[in-house]
Ligand binder design. Structure first.
Ligand code: AHR
Length: 476
């Protein structure tokens, strides 16, 4: 008697990972222009599906899937950068048998009516396709400190169908606490879709959920037909739900749903889906399969994106069992219309910055391939990493041309060149980062041999400065 396997991510399409070795995982030095507070990517190695948030107690909390998929972990730090080495506590282990004895996936920590609750997906350990009989559960803490309290099983989420469900998140909007999760819906031939509903209790819905999204676009159905890992953000009069799509290899990417913040979130028509993915693999910066994100703010209150991604494209075997989906962090910027511009994954090394001249906040230091300028446009070409040089100097490298440096030409013009190993090149690419010349915050870059980096309209030049504001760059 053939027992048809429950339709799961692994039964829907047989996908064999291509064979290949993972790349070496170098960790560049922290750049001189960065402080201890500058996070260095990867932020936390081998923590996939990471949730990081800054609580009102001033701490950052991080949880995520561990490669063994056997336990719930939590770490906290006063700084984002500190999460890299923060001690990690095991809150709860999967059980010896039964529906919670197998995979433990994608935990999220939430403070629900004053009680710490961690939601997670779990399955049995019976072997075969049964291990993908994944359902959503929660554990709860008995006290105010999630790092020291006692955690115990609260129960199972009462989903609308008894089917594959995972990657839940919760958020409060206009006074209502919502639950958003991924689930396979009977009658819809996908691995998982996205659903939303207000909560009546931590494990029960107050009403029938609305189906927010079904994977149907080409970039959502590569390998598997997946919409999962929703994450909520409210900014600039709109609400956004980012989500992950396709197989968990290099094809994994982020999509984005958005609605007016005053709309009825339980009306499917309130939501619109980006027709293209908003965050994808970058060969230029060496990050593959970026996804399963969360949102938080840095110590200065600026929005940051947390996500996972690998350092290499080729995976041997099932991507689900490749352990190197590391937690990564980068700043999240916005377009003039208020929508988030995710840019590209910034790659390994200190988190990069953008530099906007004090006399024109609408433009940024940027490159367009070989030349440098000051102008508007996509985030990707305007993010620069400060590479440490001799005697506390720095050189500036675009994240998507990491082997190039901002270089002063003899006539004071500025270009992007690859190092040639000469002393002269080192001199022409070395700058001292000093406090903004206009004495209104920001930074200025003093060139070796005199002069400062500054702009004249869209042109970037180095030399004597006429207006201090043109040589003062606000860092974001
Ligand atoms: O990382 C384990 C699971 O795989 C996560 O819950 C899901 O987002 C991903 O596809």
């Amino acid at each position: 008697m053939s027992i048809l396997p429950t339709l799961t991510r692994r039964a829907f399409v047989a996908v064999a990972g291509t064979v290949g070795a993972g790349a070496a995982l170098g960790r560049p030095l922290a750049a001189a222009g960065t402080s201890d507070a500058t996070p260095i990517n990867p932020l936390v190695r081998q923590r996939a599906d990471a949730q990081v948030f800054r609580h009102t107690d001033g701490f950052y909390y991080l949880t995520g899937s561990v490669p063994e998929y056997d336990r719930l972990v939590l770490r906290r730090s006063r700084t984002l950068a500190g999460l890299t080495t923060a001690p990690e506590r095991v809150l709860w282990h999967h059980l010896a048998n039964g529906p919670l004895s197998g995979f433990i996936w994608a935990p999220e920590l939430h403070l629900v009516d004053g009680r710490w609750i961690m939601y997670f997906a779990a399955g049995p350990s019976g072997g075969g396709e049964d291990v993908f009989r994944i359902r959503t559960w929660a554990v709860a803490c008995d006290g105010p400190d999630p790092m020291t309290g006692k955690w115990s099983l609260l129960g199972q989420f009462q989903a609308p169908w008894d089917s594959f469900n995972l990657d839940s998140t919760s958020f409060v909007h206009r006074g209502t606490r919502y639950f958003c999760w991924a689930q396979r819906e009977p009658g819809i031939e996908t691995n998982s879709n996205l659903y939303l509903a207000p909560l009546a209790t931590p494990l029960t819905l107050a009403r029938k959920p609305v189906r927010l999204s079904v994977p149907a676009l080409d970039w959502e159905i590569r390998g598997y037909k997946v919409n999962e890992a929703p994450s909520f953000l409210a900014r600039n009069g709109r609400v956004f739900i980012s989500y992950s799509a396709s197989a968990t290899d290099a094809r994994y990417c982020l999509g984005l749903l958005s609605a007016n913040a005053d709309a009825d979130l339980m009306e499917a028509a309130s939501w619109s889906k980006s027709p293209v993915p908003v965050f994808v693999t970058s060969e230029a910066t060496g990050v593959y399969g970026p996804g399963h994100n969360s949102f938080t703010v840095d110590e200065a209150g600026r929005d940051v994106l947390i996500y996972h991604g690998r350092d290499y494209r080729e995976i041997s075997g099932d991507p689900l069992f490749d352990p190197n989906r590391h937690t990564r962090v980068q700043r999240l910027y916005y377009r003039p219309d208020g929508t988030p511009d995710f840019g590209i994954p910034v790659g390994n090394g200190p988190m990069p910055d953008r530099f906007s001249p004090l006399d024109d906040a609408t433009v940024f230091l940027r490159h367009d391939g070989g030349s440098l300028l000051v102008g508007g446009g996509a985030v990707a070409g305007s993010q620069f990493r400060q590479i440490p040089g001799a005697a506390g100097t720095v050189s500036l490298a675009p994240i998507d041309l990491p082997d190039h440096r901002l270089c002063r030409a003899q006539d004071g013009a500025v270009s992007l060149l690859k190092p040639d190993g000469s002393r002269d090149f080192a001199d022409r690419t070395s700058f001292r980062r000093v406090a903004g010349l206009a004495d209104r915050g920001g930074a200025s870059f003093a060139a070796r041999g005199g002069g400062y980096l500054h702009h004249i309209g869209p042109r970037l030049v180095i030399g004597r400065v006429s207006g201090l504001a043109s040589a003062t760059f606000l860092v974001s």
